[in-house]
Design a protein around this ligand. Structure first.
Ligand code: 13P
Length: 284
């Protein structure tokens, strides 16, 4: 099955009261970890990469790997650009066969965010590609994103409604108190704000900064319209810690397949627990 437009998967999840994990990947074993679990759990899944990850692995290479592994395993998936910053990022992704793009102009003044997002929506929708945008600023640090003030830039519900109407985006990443990377403080999510946004917009919402969120918060967010949860740090942490531990326990081992294979298994445990928490198992 080829990659499907992300909005099709999100609409199903939104109606069905569950959410999809959106996992960042940048090498073969990370791709395998996500796809293998999706197949075992019979779950649709979103595979995503930020511009820096596509740059690292190759803008055509990484989507090529994802597509061949996913098609080999018969998994239902969407392939998404995470935190695209520019028109060029979006166009390169569409040309590489991604079925969804995020355009994150959240650091720009609202008028410019709307203008740039609208331009990308026009092009993307012409070829059936989904668009995710961000309004408000999600906290934390990841890739080239830095926002150390988690409370300062929460999404305003009314502004979000106007933004969606004016841009035509399919889905919106909301800032309600989550942060990218490891939490330096106890996450306190603003569920009233999420509830208001959900009622006003009536479209599937996206939550970034999934690593380290308590299970009850994740479930509550899903019940209030979140249909996509982004996970990056938790997978990388599991992968790297296992890699380091295995290498130091078996310093004589020079079989990279063994080391990477163990690291992959460790990432699979993270992916599986997220998928189960989100309730997307047995949906295909
Ligand atoms: P975490 O690194 O906190 O899992 O967040 C990932 C993310 O939101 C990517 O856009």
């Amino acid at each position: 099955m080829p990659a499907v437009p992300m909005i099709e998967l999100l609409n199903e999840a939104y109606k069905g009261g569950y959410a999809l994990g959106a996992f960042n990947v940048n090498n073969l074993e990370m791709v395998q970890a996500v796809i293998e679990v999706a197949e075992e759990e019979r779950s649709p899944v979103i595979i995503q990469a930020a511009p820096s990850e596509l740059e690292y692995a190759g803008w055509n290479v990484l989507p090529g790997i994802v597509k061949s592994v996913a098609e080999d395993h018969g998994v239902t998936f969407a392939l998404h650009l995470d935190h695209g910053r520019t028109f060029d990022d979006a166009i390169r992704s569409i040309r590489s066969g991604l079925t969804s793009v995020m355009i994150d102009c959240s650091t720009l003044p609202l008028r410019d965010n709307i203008a740039q997002t609208r331009e990308i929506v026009k092009v993307a929708h012409a070829v059936g590609v989904t668009v995710e945008a961000e309004l408000g600023r999600i906290g934390g640090e990841e890739f080239d994103i830095r926002n150390s003030s988690p409370d300062a830039f929460m999404t305003d519900p009314e502004e979000a409604r106007n933004f969606v109407e004016e841009t035509g985006v399919d889905t919106l990443a909301v800032a309600i108190g989550t942060a990218h990377g490891l939490y330096k403080y106890e996450p306190r999510l603003d569920f009233d704000r999420l509830d208001k946004i959900n009622r006003l917009l009536g479209i599937p919402l996206v939550l970034h900064g999934g690593t380290g969120l308590p299970e009850q918060d994740i479930k509550r967010a899903v019940s209030l319209g979140v249909a996509k949860l982004n996970i990056s740090t938790a997978s990388r942490e599991a992968f790297i810690r296992n890699f380091v531990e295995f290498s130091s326990r078996y310093p004589e081992n020079l079989d990279l397949m063994k080391t990477m294979g163990h690291a992959k298994e460790s990432m699979k445990r993270v992916v599986r627990s997220v998928i189960r928490m989100l309730g997307s198992s047995n949906r295909v």
